[in-house]
Design a protein around this ligand. Sequence first.
Ligand code: MN
Ligand code: MN
Length: 468
Amino acid sequence: MSKETTNGGKLKELLMPKRKNAVLRLDEAEITRCDEFCEQYKVFLDAAKTEREAVDYALDLIEKKGFKEFRPGMGLKPGDKVYVNNRGKAIIMAVIGTEDIRNGVRLCAAHIDSPRLDLKQCPVYEDTEMALFKTHYYGGIKKYQWTVIPLALHGVIIKADGSKVNVKIGEDENDPVFCVNDLLPHLAADQMKRNLAQGIKGEELNIVIGSRPFKEDDLSEAVKLNILNILYNKYGITESDFLSAELEAVPAFKAKDVGFDRSLIGSYGHDDRVCAYTALMAAAECENPKYTSVTILTDKEETGSDGNTGLQSAYLKYFIADIAAEFGAEGRTVLSNSQCMSADVNAAFDPTFPDVMDRRNCAFINYGVVVTKFTGSRGKAGTSDASAEFVGKVRSLLDRNNVIWQTGELGKVDMGGGGTVAAYIANLNVDTIDVGVPVLSMHAPFETVSKIDVYMTFRAFEAFINEK
Ligand code: MN
Ligand code: MN
């Protein structure tokens, strides 16, 4: 193309290409494909509200696709599909490629934990003839958003004999639900003077679980006793069994289409099950890739990725070392030549709150998958900051595969910020970049995403792990 042109319009097109709403770039058949893909995503959202349930869902799906549990020394060859289940709360799956593993693997890492209310270790109490649970919130929440909504209880209780009770109450139409109460406006004069962060305090996030006393006169804590009796009859548990339990209160409602045009999905826990689902689907459909594809669905991102199921633990490094050993290679050689899409959500521009965003750099609903070079806050603290070279590769990969994508910095400089697992993977000497779905009302009980953006995120992971 000649570098000289006298036509301003054409010159502008060449030098100042404009981003465009994906709806205007896709034909009807492609938009229908986005909508259809999201029907199954909604099923996943309702079936997998916790990290444990997401792992169960993933296992069920990939075992049908021929994935086998990895055992060191089992012998691996191109086309093989294996997984490791980390304590039922995180999972790594791999499809072995034709390329020498020393030339690196393609990693996609999403998290399957979401903000919620966890029960404390001694949760059950009675106050003034009401029975309640004490909670400790998990992840960064605006506490006032978690009152007066129906909550379901999910998790496990390990009894003294080691047996496990699975709990899931509040999801079936006929189940009871639970809730955190709030003060009526008539008597909230003092509360209304608190700032938003203090509107509901951590110790006020108490969940109502019953109100009828055990029928016997002059019995103290009779409501608590009655509730524990119900639990004893249903699960065979006593109050001490809560000591060894992981019980999570999550919104009881289901994923729904939002808008007259049904373009959006509202649900609990898009962050980050939207990237977990899209990465999982790309992995499940991956056959005979060139580079070995490794997909991680991890736990504990929302509390900082610490602990043995979070990505600051060594479980990913160990897995890479173990599959490298199958080919007589070193884990560090594999990691040093690997590339990673850290699959996590980013904030979408909200027209009601425009002031927090730099319109020139933030992500928009229906503009496709977001590619984020750096995260962090106050001078990029905590970011891994993908290299220009790696961003260049990703950009060209997405364009070659007709994936609609955008960039997205999380808010204005010095407005706040956030991080993802990207830094922990990059710290293993892996080229890493953040890729994911833009979300409205992130960390709220009901978050919103665009169906087109969800599908484009799937297409991005698909293109990445199947690159020849
Ligand atoms: Mn996230
Ligand atoms: Mn988050």
